[in-house]
Write a protein that binds this ligand. Structure first.
Ligand code: NAD
Ligand code: MG
Length: 400
């Protein structure tokens, strides 16, 4: 029986994870569930999965959650705030931590899980993008295990020789190929990109995901973050990581070997497949996913990404090549710009502009300690907010 702590249980990855967990009560039980503000959904999850702990973002949310749980006769204990997240991520009551908080907010708890030597099922790519080598050192030094939930990285993990994640892969690997759907604006007239609304940007053609990652998928910053994530997970330099647009999202990624073989992992675009793979690893369990019907799909197509349409992808490669704290600056600027865009405070096209200007302005340094990373994160956030503030142009009717 694996005992799980699910950080970010009310999100899209959280819900898919609980769906798989519910199918296998003989294999998985829940030690802790956490949410930021949706205490009602968290209460429903607690009543169903009966964790020992539930954590929310604020004291007020905690008392509302507590009242609801007590009136329903639940014994789940309630905590709140970042310290409580760190506590449940490192508590001996769980052996496996699903890191599914979105953005930099997930870094401290995911790192705490690594320091406590847990098996970490990583969805929170931003945490790894920010802290890179520091995070991997914590995994290594504390004998933690890292399994990727991101569908591309999970696919690569499945196509690599056993036990290659977190270390330089087998010498026979030539490169890895990350597939990308191209998002909702792959064929849109580039002259109209500035008019894109948040509602249009979060409507992904193939995947149903949280709002931030959906915007990242539209700009392809998501793929850029995934390139950096792949660099750390699989120990390959930028030159040996390729991005290929594949609009059907059936091939989730590929590994090309020196002998000319290319191994791919295929499946329907449903996160329950990589989640079930990592949860049950090294076993295989039913994930509730529809079987793949290739005859019905009939056509798989591929194209090179258009750099002019997706400047965020190049920016991420630039940050990876620059090294040190550059990826943390990229991530922070992107989080601030995406939030401003989702709130209707800036245009879609300012996301890439803001990230580019922050990367140009901030001096990159070595990331020796977590403080180095957090300092650059703060600096980049404040710079991005300033840039977005000065550009707080009247909203286009479509954005309002
Ligand atoms: P989501 O927005 O649906 O859910 C985010 C979760 O994080 C929620 O439970 C929320 O309560 C919690 N959260 C948000 N802010 C927080 C804060 N400040 N403190 C504590 N908790 C907070 O996001 P998602 O789509 O489930 O994505 C989660 C992570 O997984 C992201 O890093 C994303 O890049 C990654 N990911 C998601 C998918 C997907 O299909 N959704 C696929 C691959 C990777
Ligand atoms: Mg992905």
């Amino acid at each position: 029986m694996k005992r799980l702590t699910l950080l970010g249980s009310t999100g899209s990855i959280g819900a898919s994870t609980l769906d798989v967990v519910a199918r296998h009560p003989d294999r998985f039980s829940i030690f802790a569930l956490t949410a930021h503000s949706n205490h009602e959904k968290l209460a429903d999850q607690c009543l169903k999965f009966k964790p020992e702990w539930a954590v929310v973002g604020s004291a007020e949310g905690a008392s509302l959650l507590e009242a609801r749980l007590r009136s329903a006769g639940s014994a789940t204990r309630v905590g709140y705030g970042p310290e409580a997240l760190v506590a449940v991520a490192s508590d001996p009551g769980a052996d496996t931590i699903v890191a599914a908080i979105v953005g930099a907010a997930g870094l401290a708890s995911t790192l705490a899980a690594a320091r406590a030597g847990k098996t970490i099922l990583l969805a929170n790519k931003e945490a790894l993008v920010m802290s890179g080598a520091l995070f991997l050192d914590a995994v290594c030094e504390n004998h933690a295990t890292l399994l990727p939930l991101d569908s591309e990285h999970n696919a690569i993990y499945q196509c690599l020789p056993p036990h290659a994640a977190g270390a330089a892969p087998h010498g026979g690997v030539e490169k890895i190929i990350l597939t990308a759907s191209g998002g909702p604006f792959r064929t849109r007239d580039p002259k109209t990109l500035a008019d894109i609304t948040p509602e249009q940007a979060v409507k992904h053609p193939n995947w149903s995901m949280g709002r931030k990652i959906s915007v990242d998928s539209a700009t392809m910053m998501n793929k850029g973050l995934e390139v950096i994530e792949a660099h750390w997970l699989f120990g390959l330099p930028a030159e040996r990581i390729e991005v290929l647009i594949h609009p059907q999202s059936v091939i989730h990624s590929m590994v090309a070997y020196k002998d000319g073989s290319v191994l791919a992992q295929l499946g329907n675009p449903d996160m329950r497949t990589p989640i079930a793979h990592a949860l049950a690893y090294p076993d295989r369990v039913d994930a509730g996913v529809q079987p793949l019907d290739l005859a019905a799909i009939a056509t798989l197509t591929f194209e090179k990404p258009d750099e002019a349409r997706f400047p965020c992808l190049r920016l991420a490669f630039d940050a990876l090549r620059a090294g040190g704290t550059a990826s943390a600056a990229l991530n922070a600027a992107n989080e601030v710009a995406v939030e401003a865009f989702l709130a209707g405070r800036t245009r879609y096209t300012s996301i890439a502009d803001t990230v580019a200007r922050v990367l140009d302005t901030i001096s990159h340094r070595a990331a020796h300690t977590l403080d180095d990373v957090l300092e650059v994160d703060r600096e980049a956030r404040s710079l991005a907010a300033g840039l977005l503030g000065t550009r707080d142009e009247p909203l286009a009717a479509a954005v309002r």
